[in-house]
Design a binder for this molecule. Structure first.
Ligand code: ADP
Ligand code: ZN
Length: 729
């Protein structure tokens, strides 16, 4: 290229856009486009893709067509270009007839330099006819990953683009995307018939972002703790549903944060206002569905939290990419649970078989990522086809808190043998079966039970082998076959390794299976997680409970129930207020029994250097539903329970359940007035005595106990509530 031309580019860059330097490989890309070659640009969000077609459009004769899937974004870009004094326009379904006529005239008169077109508008016959008559310089296809069914954002209209462009002549194509796995890249090039294209791939490594995955339990508390750490800084919290967005935004607000919701169900004005407030820093935290962030260019977002598991790693990478665009701190935290994956899978049930299968594969990658012990950065980059060579990035949870390592040499060798002996034609699931000697249909039909490697790995479970295979992939001893999804093949490195094995540092996956939180229930009952608590403290708390029970001559469960102790051994409450937050406790119990327990926990926390929940008091917005309040008020007024049920629109049984919930969460209910009406005092005493002496307050146990055989379930339940109110609260 001539010096003058080079200068001409820079001059234009300065003159129009006001920049004095190109960024990354922008200049090489732009030159390639100006040389009329097919060009494929893969650059992370924020790297400056737009300039790669905008500047050539200005340098060229004629008009450049830009295909872009999002109408809102299109308008935004056109507005920006117009502000630079560039004649850019858009063609989509929002235009009126008159506007279209004017637009066409201007295009024919050669005064428009860039025309943004929605893919569905490209498909319209009248538009094709018109564009045939215009002098088009080249076609840019933004968000090119939308072409591929294998990506996370497939748009069927995109697949027809090439056949339409062909009707305008033999035009160079510039395809651009910020997210493309190797498989998707290949798909894009094939579909656009540009296998010959020059590919410009920038590194996807965002050095300043810290990646972290945490189990999704006590999530609200963790979230509050986390944002408190980042108080006053900008952040985004992504949730999957609108309902969750509202709930979490409210949670943050009542806990004193400047937070606002953002989702497609809000009034456009409200949505826009919330977005503007976030940009103007009136609001620190935006709680949003993934609808938020497209085209948002706020440079100083300091954290991105995924409250729910995202649908794909592509999406995850894009969303986390919105933090730290200025190159400074960006903390990316994801809360992960298997349960979320199941929920996401259910959303897909109405899709076609193929779509469902694709979505499932994306979810599986998500699962692998979250559970893997391997550097997050290495995994993400590997996913996008880039190798991260460092062993420790120092900027992800797996590097900062590495899991215990072991030498995986032998295991990796076994995996590679399994791949080789099955002729590199199978995927993870089958390989695991071969290694573990599981004789299923496939193993039988391929006769794989006779392979030397068959069953050699039976000592280890399936999860172990899955993890080893995935780590072998990251070491690039194996690779995914791009043509056949799921199939794993040897690499040259793998072959070399088999000839001369060397030690490989591996680790076990994270175990998230015990960390399920059922959030719907958790405000009423103790969380369903069973083993996440501190065993030792739990045992100590139980001992103390026994002692206290003895002193007070009460059954232990009346003091605190097991789930409450588990929760204490999870959240380590050290103040009365914190203790009262524990499910099944309440202030009444705290005052009655709390002192010794708090002392024990405090001592334990000090002795073991545990970070406590003391500064995290999660205030919930009034979550006692109206019904509950009504019930409490009416019982206070000694109103007949049948009547309360009627007023509240509940069956008697439902009312009983509500009453139990109320009592369980620590509110005292005096039912004497009602019980005296329906049961003799002596009968009441029978049931009361039973509970006094039982080891558990289980209803089932009570129903099965002979001494209570004369009593109805209702009687027993009511007395149980009364009993707990008298002794436990
Ligand atoms: P992408 O489409 O890759 O996400 P954009 O094209 O929107 O990124 O560019 C991101 C930001 O970088 C924009 O604010 C843009 O103006 C800016 N930018 C692009 N190229 C340059 C450059 N050479 N010098 C300075 N800023 C640039
Ligand atoms: Zn790392």
């Amino acid at each position: 290229m001539l010096v003058e031309e080079k200068d001409a580019l820079k001059v234009k860059l300065k003159e129009v856009f006001g920049y004095s330097q190109f960024r990354g490989n922008q200049e090489t890309v732009i030159r390639n486009v100006l040389d009329r070659k097919n060009t494929f640009v893969i650059m992370p969000t924020g790297a400056g893709k737009s300039l790669c077609y905008q500047l050539p459009a200005l340098m060229n004769e004629g008009l450049a067509i830009v295909i872009s899937p999002l109408i809102a974004l299109m308008k935004n870009q056109v507005d920006q270009l117009n502000a630079y004094g560039v004649n850019a326009r858009f063609l989509n379904s929002t235009l009126s007839k008159g506007e279209i006529t004017r637009l066409k005239k201007d295009c024919m008169n050669n005064i428009v330099k860039l025309l943004y077109v929605a893919p569905e508008s490209m498909n319209k016959e009248e538009n094709i006819e018109f564009l045939k008559k215009v002098n088009v310089s080249f076609v840019a296809i933004d968000e090119a990953h939308c072409i591929s069914e294998w990506g996370h954002d497939f748009r069927p209209e995109y697949r027809r683009i090439k056949s339409i462009i062909q009707q305008f002549g033999n035009l160079p194509i510039v395809a651009l995307t910020a997210t493309a796995t190797p498989k998707v890249q290949l798909d894009i090039q094939k579909n656009l018939q540009m296998e010959d294209a020059d590919v410009f791939m920038s590194s996807f490594n965002r050095k300043n972002l810290y990646y972290e995955v945490r189990p999704k339990k006590e999530t609200k508390k963790q979230l509050i703790h986390f944002v408190r750490h980042h108080k006053g800084k900008s952040g985004i919290v992504y949730c999957l549903s609108r309902k969750k967005v509202e709930e979490i935004a409210q949670l943050l607000q009542v806990n004193g944060f400047k937070a606002a919701p953002y989702h497609a169900g809000l009034d456009p004005e409200v949505r826009e206002r919330n977005q503007d407030n976030f940009l103007n820093e009136e609001v620190d935290i935006i709680v949003a569905t993934i609808a938020f962030g497209m085209g948002i260019d706020k440079p100083d977002v300091r954290f991105v939290v995924h409250y729910d598991v995202p649908k794909s790693l592509e999406g995850y990478y894009q969303e986390t990419g919105r933090s730290g665009r200025d190159g400074l701190e960006g903390h990316c935290l994801m809360f992960y649970s298997h349960n979320d994956l199941n929920k996401l899978e259910k959303f897909n049930k109405d899709k076609s078989v193929q779509e469902r299968e694709n979505a499932r594969i994306l979810l599986q990658e998500m699962e692998f990522y979250a559970e893997s012990p391997v550097c997050r950065r290495k995994q993400l980059l590997h996913y996008f086809g880039e190798e991260y060579k460092q062993d420790n990035c120092g900027m992800c949870d797996n590097c900062v808190h590495p899991r215990e390592r072991f030498d995986g040499m032998e295991y990796a060798a076994m995996v590679l043998q399994a791949v080789k002996q099955t002729n590199e034609r199978f995927g993870l699931g089958h390989l695991v079966h071969v290694l573990r000697g599981v004789e299923d249909e496939y193993v039988k039909s391929y006769g794989h039970f006779s392979l030397p490697i068959y069953g050699k790995g039976k000592e280890q479970d399936a999860d172990f082998w899955k993890s080893i295979i995935r780590q072998t992939l990251i070491f690039q001893l194996l690779e995914k076959d791009i043509e056949n999804i799921g199939v794993l093949k040897m690499t040259a490195r793998g072959e070399a390794f088999l000839k001369k094995p060397h030690p490989l540092e591996m680790a076990r996956d994270h175990d998230f299976t015990t960390d399920v939180e059922n959030e719907e229930v958790s405000t009423e009952r103790a969380p369903a997680n069973t083993k996440a608590y501190d065993d030792k403290l739990f045992e100590m708390l139980k001992d103390l409970r026994k002692k206290v029970a003895k002193q007070k001559d009460l059954p232990p469960y009346v003091i605190f129930q097991d789930p409450s102790l588990e929760e204490m051994a999870t959240t380590f409450p050290t103040t009365k207020e914190d203790l009262a937050q524990v499910n099944g406790v309440g202030m009444g119990k705290v005052n009655k029994f709390g002192k010794e327990f708090l002392e024990l926990i405090k001592k334990y926390v000090d002795d073991n250097d545990i970070e406590t929940a003391s500064e995290i008091v999660v205030k919930t917005s009034v979550n006692k539903s109206k019904t509950k309040i009504l019930i409490i008020q009416q019982i206070d007024k000694k109103i007949d329970l049948e009547e309360i049920a009627q007023t509240a629109g509940l069956t008697f049984n439902e009312l009983l359940t509500e009453i139990e919930n109320i009592s369980y969460s620590g509110t005292k209910l005096n039912l004497t007035y009602y019980l005296d009406d329906i049961l003799d005092k002596s009968k009441q005493d029978d049931i009361h005595d039973y509970f006094m002496n039982a080891d558990t307050d289980s209803l089932e146990a009570a129903l099965n106990d002979e001494s209570l055989s004369d009593y109805s379930e209702e009687d027993i339940r009511l007395i149980r509530v009364q009993f707990m109110s008298e002794h436990a609260h």
